[in-house]
Ligand binder design. Structure first.
Ligand code: ACO
Length: 358
């Protein structure tokens, strides 16, 4: 049984105090893709579980989606934007290489004086950013951190490559990370769990670095006529290798974070995996030995939204009553790098007693 404070985070207790999400309105179905690519609804559904995805209208970028999600998270937290000390945007489709997408998110959300940076860790980015935020708040470096997962991956896809174009979608999700009053939720006050964010397991296997990448546009292969003509600015993926990696690491990483927090698979009420592929999720869940009814998925509607997928799931799960105060949730990201990131938390509104009084 864990102690009466976060089990693998030391310092101040920390929780998610606000949550928001946004997806663009335009729906692209598998049949829409089959009309322009050599693919079919049957292939995509059987191999991935995806039925449709959202694509942002021309002119919109990741920050535009992230700003809507971030404003919703701030409202949900009941926190004036000026109280945000730091904005971290996790994304694989930043507005630009420089400056950080987080700068525009901070400006447009009214967090003008906050520090702002982007975090790049493939589809594990949201969990990595949550870990950086939780660690900083726990240590007292910051009081309130806005973590945004925002993607317009449609801009990074080769729409002539059926092996990648069918898998991804656009969207955004955001959370506010704040100090919490331990014992704020029902189970915590009964002494079952300490409440708030409990712990993380972050890791990577850089031997798989080449399996998932956008080859050109950075300093290693700067943009040139040849890179454009060679379609090197679009995402390239070795799907089989990524599949094998993901099905291997999810159960391993989940086991580590559970062990670190003194919990078991049976303690998990809601499992929110990165929404890459239903087959990956089903296989991982089987390895974990978990009932499928505790797993939340919405990739059927949105495809793989990379850094947005986990907060997008949290938002929908809460709205549907699948994620309730006191629930123990396991979040699990995996992706380019190759990287993985797991987080265990007790869902519930962590509140800074000072803020409650204010
Ligand atoms: N429609 C029809 N046929 C297709 C399509 C398509 N969209 N894409 C590939 N195929 C074909 C292939 O060409 C191949 O044909 P062949 O046998 O004639 O050569 C056949 O389907 C089988 O291809 P595989 O790649 O073996 O298919 P697989 O069953 O492995 O599924 C998939 C492919 C869905 C990509 C799977 O490997 C996968 O999900 N991998 C993990 C992907 C992932 O999670 N990526 C995101 C990571 S997160 C991040 O950081 C971005």
């Amino acid at each position: 049984m864990p102690a009466s404070r976060p089990a693998s985070l030391s310092g101040r207790p920390v929780a998610i105090s606000g949550l928001g999400a946004y997806v663009p309105k335009r729906v692209v179905t598998n049949d829409d893709l089959a009309a322009v690519l050599d693919t079919s609804d049957e292939w995509i559904t059987q191999r991935t579980g995806i039925r449709e995805r959202r694509v942002a209208d021309e002119g919109l970028s990741s920050s535009d989606l992230g700003i809507v999600a971030a404003r919703a998270a701030l409202t949900d937290a009941g926190l004036p934007p000026a109280e945000i000390d730091l904005v971290i945007t996790a994304t694989i489709s930043p507005d630009r290489i420089m400056p950080a997408t987080a700068s525009r998110v901070a400006k447009e959300c009214g967090c003008g004086g906050a520090g702002a940076y982007d975090l790049s860790a493939g589809c594990s980015g949201f969990v990595y950013a949550l870990a950086m935020a939780a660690g900083a708040v726990a240590a007292g470096l910051h009081d309130h951190v806005l973590v945004v997962g925002a993607e317009t991956i449609s801009r990074m896809l080769d729409w002539e490559d059926r092996s990648t174009a069918v898998l991804f979608g656009d969207g955004a999700g955001a959370v506010v990370v704040s100090p919490c009053d331990v014992g704020g939720t029902a189970q915590a006050s009964e002494g079952r769990f300490p409440g708030g964010i409990l712990g993380f397991d972050l890791g990577g296997d850089a031997s798989g670095e080449e399996y998932l990448m956008i080859p050109a546009g950075g300093s290693r292969l700067p943009a040139s006529r040849a890179t454009v003509e060679g379609r090197q600015h679009f995402m390239k993926m070795n799907g089989g290798e990524v599949y094998r990696f993901a099905t291997r690491v999810v159960a391993q990483s989940a086991g580590r974070v559970l062990g670190r927090c003194g919990l078991t698979v049976d303690d998990i009420d809601v499992f929110v995996p990165h929404q890459a592929n239903l087959r990956i999720i089903e296989k991982a869940v089987k390895k974990l030995g978990m009932d499928e009814d505790r797993v939340y998925t919405n990739l059927q509607k949105y495809g793989n939204t990379s850094c947005a997928s986990i907060p997008l799931c949290l938002s929908e799960a809460r709205a549907e009553g699948r994620l309730k105060d006191g629930d123990i949730a396991l979040l699990m990201g995996f992706g380019a790098g190759l990287t993985w990131g797991a987080c265990l938390l007790e869902w519930g509104r962590g509140r800074d007693p000072e803020h409650e009084r204010g």
